[in-house]
Write a protein that binds this ligand. Structure first.
Ligand SMILES: Cc1cc2nc3c(=O)[nH]c(=O)nc-3n(C[C@H](O)[C@H](O)[C@H](O)COP(=O)(O)OP(=O)(O)OC[C@H]3O[C@@H](n4cnc5c(N)ncnc54)[C@H](O)[C@@H]3O)c2cc1C
Length: 429
């Protein structure tokens, strides 16, 4: 039986990144993915020539971007303009993002505008880690005075994190994410499927074995040491190190006696984040001015992903179709029919007549954006090593040490691999 130095469960962004770094270090590496295709939540579906991610996806200039650049990925796409509107009582009002909207918008009082300008300048160079121990709500309520500016910041922080629980989200990481979004995000040409494909190509080049359609059912260990992975079809794969990039509940299930390891607490402390997403492909935008909208009195967000940007608009269709993504951020209660109708109503306000221009649509009533985030109830940061079992590691978007979204998937993948490499040097595996 072939023995692998590193076996990775899950072929999403985290698993592929971990595999590439391990293989680049010369370690024999295998990835096992249960689906027929790689990519996890970063796949892109094509409908009538339109590329739909599983809900709108943007690359922030954070840990993932840095790693992808370090690995030499192309990341073709566009940084879109950020002229934004706020939706307040079914009216769209400009959010000050330039001199003209600053002077003209009735959204904020003069006091509110000046406070906003001060905070935007301050945010650019602020050390956000000083706010790690308080919630977004506490930060907003103690630092901001103007009531409408508070609404703007609730929307800005919710949109940057996808979390509709300001009383739970740690303010520091959320503010850092806003800092990053102010630098401009990247919408990828043909969606995140191209990123997955670039990672796949690189993994193959580095000699990683990629197995799809293989559901892992157990990570076997003995004498507190990992020795193999068992697949549903009965295949057993020997490995000295296993990186689980599966959700926390599945990671817990895969490891016999997980209740006697840190996986027990890491699993219990997670708070998954879900959203409803409506994506539409339109022949033309009936109202081209409305490109980017924050919900100020409801937890929604609207972005035209193929809008003007640098160096050009992102290519999200083969035929010039414009792609709009809308989100409704979920609280504890969800109602798929209401969410869909609320999102359609936003389109009615922003793009009246959009139904006549419709080429393709995708509605995802409830999708997990991240399996956990840096929140106030967290007891400790998970991973990378499950210290009770030698050779067992976790990675993925829930294995955050302050990073958010795909940045957490990538940063945790790198942490797991660097720990494997150091450990191996020490114990000469
Ligand atoms: C609507 C939406 C919008 C988002 N927007 C952004 C954004 O703008 N920016 C951003 O950075 N991030 C965004 N994200 C988050 C980002 O997509 C995820 O954080 C990232 O794709 C997660 O990658 P992962 O590898 O950690 O997990 P996953 O993609 O979930 O990968 C885990 C893999 O493990 C596999 N698996 C599970 N169990 C088994 C098993 N037993 N055996 C074998 N394989 C198994 C799964 O099939 C899956 O492929 C968004 C997500 C959503 C849903």
């Amino acid at each position: 039986m072939t023995k692998y130095k590193v076996a990775i469960v899950g072929g999403g962004i985290s698993g592929l990144t971990a595999a590439i770094y391990a293989a680049k270090a010369g370690k024999r590496t295998i990835v096992l993915e249960q689906q027929k295709q790689l990519g996890g939540r970063a796949i892109t579906n094509k409908k009538q020539g339109v590329y739909f991610n599983l809900g709108g996806h943007a690359v922030y200039k954070g840990e993932a971007y840095e790693a992808f650049r370090e690995l030499g990925l192309r990341l073709d796409g566009s940084t879109p303009s950020v002229d934004a509107y706020g939706l307040w009582k079914e009216q769209l009002l400009p959010i000050p993002t330039n001199i003209s909207s600053f002077l003209q918008t009735p959204l904020l009082s003069w006091g509110g505008k000046i406070e906003l300008a001060k905070w935007i300048i301050k945010l650019g160079k602020m050390d956000t880690s000083v706010w790690n121990q308080i919630s977004i709500r506490d930060w907003i309520e103690t630092q901001l005075h103007d009531p409408m500016l508070r609404n703007v910041f609730y929307a800005l922080l919710r949109t940057s994190t996808y979390v509709f629980a300001p009383e739970l989200h740690a303010a520091g990481p959320a503010l850092k994410q806003v800092q990053r979004s102010l630098k401009g995000v990247l919408y990828l040409d043909k969606g995140w499927g191209t990123l997955v494909e670039e990672l796949r190509e690189l993994a193959v080049q580095q000699g990683v074995e990629l197995i799809t359609g293989c559901k892992v059912v157990a990570v076997e260990h003995q004498d507190q040491k990992v020795h193999s992975i068992l697949c549903k079809d009965g295949t057993r794969i020997e490995a000295s190190n296993v990186v689980l990039t599966t959700p926390p509940s599945i990671s817990h299930k895969l490891v016999p006696h997980a209740d006697q390891t840190a996986l027990e607490m890491w699993n219990k402390q997670t708070i998954p984040v879900t959203v409803a997403c409506l994506d539409v492909g339109l022949r033309h935008l009936p109202y081209p001015k409305h490109q980017f909208i924050y919900g100020l009195d409801q937890p929604i967000f609207f972005t035209h992903q193929s809008r003007e940007g640098k160096p050009r608009p992102a290519i999200l269709s083969d035929n010039g179709t414009k792609v709009i993504s809308l989100f409704k951020y979920h609280g504890p209660q969800t109602d798929a029919a209401k969410d869909e109708s609320d999102l359609e109503k936003v389109l009615d306000v922003a793009q009246p007549g959009w139904r006549n221009e419709l080429v393709a649509r995708q509605f995802l009533p409830k999708i997990t954006v991240v399996n956990d985030f840096p929140h106030m109830k967290r007891i400790e940061n998970p991973g990378p090593a499950v210290s009770e079992i030698e050779g067992l590691y976790v990675a993925g978007d829930w294995v955050s040490h302050g990073e958010l979204l795909a940045d957490a998937s990538v940063a945790s993948a790198k942490r797991a691999v660097s720990q494997i490499l150091n450990t191996r040097e020490v114990i000469k595996l």
